[in-house]
Design a protein around this ligand. Structure first.
Ligand code: HEC
Ligand code: HEC
Length: 291
């Protein structure tokens, strides 16, 4: 009799658990509806997704922003079921050796991803992500298209803006108007800023170290714009040994570019990574490079 009561109790518990966690949600159609901003992947993006699966990117990367303040701060809006509507298998992932990628689309330019896939150390010098330089040009393009699609329509708009800016930058360079365009992008309140650490030997030393750690993969160990990643990039990284460039670039403009990045180029924002003092220290160092 006692055994029977226990068995009935267990069955009731399991039943309630099943009802609450499986059966009731099954009836909630909002879990199946695609998010309004979601588009099915195009052919190139889908091919990139297959490469993502084949290469085991999901061993190290999740694609889910959890309902935790830490996640929301770093990665944005919490992921919803409808954002996975067209995908099978879903690539939620379980292990975050690298950052979550659910909303990474358009955060970086295509160029940045290319350099990063060829060798992650070019863009993030202490990265432990493996190099994917053995992929063909065409596979890399597909993988970039896929990564740039992560985060739905919002991400695609960002990625499209990056591509538009890239075309505009290259066109401005061709016409010799890059300088004008860059100046126009920097708000007046920044343009007139002066380096509070100018000429400080201590700042130059710190700047040199930070530059080697964060910038040399693209800008070159001597700041000549000739780092190992440079050959994959258009526009090319700035050359800080050029007197012509350094004389036209005000402290405020350099500061703004490092803080906010230059949209459409591989120059990504460092505002979240470096403190104000560190950025000014790097600029103090850059001013010593002119040849
Ligand atoms: C062994 C683990 C590992 C594997 C495998 C791996 N990554 Fe990474 N990935 C990382 C780490 C660590 C970082 C952070 C440092 C960096 O940016 O390189 C990272 C960063 C990234 C970033 C930049 C994210 C951001 O927000 O800054 C992207 C995009 C990315 N990986 C895509 C991929 C893709 C696509 C693949 C498969 C082709 C892949 N990763 C495979 C570990 C890995
Ligand atoms: C992934 C490659 C990459 C990395 C890493 C990188 N840069 Fe750049 N950087 C570029 C490219 C490409 C440009 C050219 C953008 C353009 O045409 O205006 C650029 C331009 C610049 C400019 C000039 C912007 C202007 O106003 O004309 C500054 C200043 C700069 N980078 C500083 C840095 C510093 C400091 C770091 C490290 C903290 C760094 N960059 C890391 C690629 C990179």
């Amino acid at each position: 009799m006692r055994a029977l009561t226990i068995a009935a109790g267990v069955a009731a518990l399991v039943g309630v658990a099943l009802l609450v966690t499986v059966l009731l949600p099954m009836g909630d159609s909002s879990l199946y509806e695609p998010s309004p901003e979601l588009k099915p992947l195009n052919e190139l993006q889908e091919r990139g997704r297959q490469i993502y699966i084949r290469e085991g990117c999901w061993y190290c990367h999740t694609q889910q922003v959890r309902n935790l303040s830490m996640d929301v701060r770093y990665y944005g809006r919490v992921s919803e079921p409808g954002e996975y509507a067209y995908l099978s298998p879903v690539l939620l992932g379980t292990e975050r050796t690298g950052p979550d990628l659910a909303r990474v689309g358009g955060v970086y330019s295509d160029d940045w991803h290319l350099a990063h896939f060829i060798n992650p150390r070019y863009t993030v010098p202490r990265s432990i992500m493996p190099s994917f330089s053995y992929l063909s040009q065409e596979e890399l393009e597909a993988l970039i298209a896929y990564v740039q699609s992560l985060g739905g329509a919002e991400a695609e708009r960002r990625a499209e803006m990056q591509r538009r800016m890239k075309r505009a930058m290259l066109e401005a360079q061709r016409l010799g108007k890059e300088e004008e365009m860059m100046q126009a992008m920097v708000p007046a309140s920044y343009r007139s800023l002066e380096n509070p650490l100018a000429g400080s030997a201590e700042a130059v030393l710190l700047g040199r170290k930070l530059f080697a750690e964060n910038c040399s993969g693209c800008h070159g160990s001597g700041g000549g714009g000739d780092g190992p990643a440079a050959k994959y990039l258009a526009p090319k990284p700035a050359n800080f040994t050029s007197a012509e460039f350094m004389s036209t670039a005000s402290d405020g403009r350099l500061y703004y570019s490092i803080l906010r990045g230059v949209p459409g180029t591989a120059m990504h924002p460092f505002g979240a990574k470096l403190t104000e003092r560190e950025v000014w220290s790097i600029i103090a160092y850059l001013r010593t490079l002119e040849e």
